[in-house]
Design a protein around this ligand. Structure first.
Ligand SMILES: [Zn+2]
Length: 84
């Protein structure tokens, strides 16, 4: 319940145009042991490969992901709009 309220608040703040110019943040390439409560835990790459790492950007208080990846994570799966 609490989460829903907070997500709604975030969306309200985001007055940015819903274009396809989404900036992907540079990841800090953290490994699992480097993650903390304040780092984005979005996995990047193939877990079976050496290059696998986590985003590691700053995450807001209540989110396991940075703002960018939180958006991806909470995107309704029903919505499948494509640019082309
Ligand atoms: Zn992230």
């Amino acid at each position: 319940m609490k989460e829903e309220v907070e997500i709604g608040a975030i969306e309200d703040q985001e007055a940015a145009p819903a274009g396809n110019n989404v900036v992907i943040p540079m990841s800090r390439r953290l490994v699992l042991t480097e993650l903390t409560d304040r780092t984005c835990k979005w996995p990047i790459g193939d877990p079976m490969k050496e290059e696998f790492h986590f985003c590691g950007n700053d995450s807001p208080d209540t989110s396991p992901y940075c703002t960018f990846h939180a958006k991806l994570a909470y995107q309704p799966s029903g919505e499948r709009r494509r640019a082309r």
